[in-house]
Design a protein around this ligand. Structure first.
Ligand code: PLP
Length: 393
């Protein structure tokens, strides 16, 4: 069967090969520690589960409006007001099936064939593929490791062309955990405004931030920037609700209406029970979001200290999300591997630790370690990585 050019051009997920191999080893009885997870390891807080179950028992098991239930949109608007002092009306918000599908719908609604979207690298793997699926062309801008993988306004300026339609800012970022400061965002925002670029602000890790870091959105910086920004967020990471598939966007009424039209012909609506779960997540609070954040922060500090004491490994300390993105080029080179991808494969085969190679995120000298697993397993994994490096040098 001949498949469409559109899907044939899709790159497979970089995590797939390593995950498949880790699974195979596990099935063969090997004690594999997986640090590839892109989701919190905690169960969803029980008050959310109870609310969703109650909604189903009460008969709320039917289609909802395509762009989400009005009560949930209102709860999201209240969250924006409370957390970020941003005022959005109901018609400026869409609820979708996870932030991933919200972004997919957004690019479909925004891009025409040949439009360019500036994507800072390292980037989350789905951005380039989603842009390409909408007929757009990703334009990568590399954030230097010295600048904590962040791009500067000058770099943005250098990559703008007459075809540039949008720029993506993901702070805190996946895979780096880096966060843009208010000053950096101001400068990027000025450049975006100068060239009339739509700013796609992916804030899915907003609630997972550590140390002295504070989260700022481009939409908060001025009324002009708010108008230019589409803010994307969701409950997956903050409330450990990855399987529930609830994400949302806030932006101009025109864009949200177009996205809602698209949703009406593709998803119909996000699952009704999931919407009731998300409604509880935003209207009640049992402290578990903060408890989970603290657990992540504790793990980050333990793992980071261990990591930077391994010879041949350097690591920018992340301020958010639940990933570390160390540079292991030196360790891989000293051990005789030509690429970090090969080093990652050998680490899995010999020490049974699965990490994700940075090549899929546009940064081939790095690896991504997720600390969304128990402290005990993390410490064991770090010991194995250290032993692997020491035995090879
Ligand atoms: N954006 C980033 C940067 C992510 O890392 C993820 C998930 O891994 C998403 C968006 C999508 O999250 P979800 O679709 O679960 O809401």
């Amino acid at each position: 069967m001949e498949l469409s050019k559109r899907v044939s051009a899709l790159s497979p997920s970089s995590t797939l090969a390593i995950t498949a191999k880790a699974k195979q080893l596990k099935a063969g009885g090997h004690d594999v520690i997986g640090l590839g997870a892109g989701e919190p390891d905690f169960n969803t807080p029980s008050y959310i589960i109870e609310a969703a179950a109650a909604s189903m028992r009460d008969g709320y098991t039917k289609y909802t409006p395509s762009g989400g239930m009005p009560e949930l949109k209102q709860a999201v608007a209240d969250k924006f007001e409370k957390d970020q002092q941003l005022t959005y009306k109901e018609e400026e918000i869409i609820i979708g099936n996870g932030a991933k599908h919200i972004l997919y719908t957004l690019f479909q609604a925004l891009l025409d064939e040949g439009d360019e979207v500036i994507i800072p690298a390292p980037y989350w793997v789905s951005y380039p593929e989603q842009v390409k699926l909408a007929g757009g062309n990703p334009v990568f801008v590399k954030g230097s490791e010295d600048n904590h993988f962040k791009i500067t306004a000058d770099q943005l300026e250098d990559h703008v062309s007459s075809l540039t339609k949008a720029v993506i800012i993901n702070s805190p970022g996946n895979p780096t955990g880096s966060m843009y400061t208010k000053e950096e965002l101001k400068e990027l925002g000025e450049t975006a405004l100068k060239h009339d670029l739509v700013i796609v602000s992916d804030e899915i890790y907003e609630k997972l931030i550590y140390g002295d870091a504070s989260h700022v959105s481009l939409a908060q910086l001025s009324p002009e920037l708010k108008e230019q920004t589409v803010l994307v967020n969701g409950v997956s990471k903050s409330h450990s609700m990855t399987g529930w598939r609830i994400g949302y966007a806030a932006g101009s009424r025109e864009l949200i209406k177009a996205m809602t039209n698209l949703a009406s012909h593709s998803t119909s609506n996000p699952a009704s029970a999931s919407q009731f779960g998300a409604l509880a997540a935003y209207t009640e609070d049992d402290g578990s979001v903060e408890t989970m954040r603290q657990a992540f922060e504790e793990r980050l500090n333990v793992v980071y200290d261990k990591l930077i004491n391994i010879p041949g490994v350097s690591c920018v300390k992340p301020e958010g999300a639940f990933y570390l993105f160390p540079n292991v080029k030196e360790a891989a080179g000293k051990a005789g591997y030509e690429t970090v991808d090969e080093w990652v494969e050998a680490l899995l085969e010999e020490e049974k630790v699965a990490v994700v190679p940075g090549s899929g995120f546009g940064s081939p000298d790095n690896i991504r370690l997720s600390y969304a697993t128990s402290l005990d397993l993390l410490e064991q994994a770090l010991d194995r990585i250290k032993a692997f490096i020491e035995k090879k040098t």
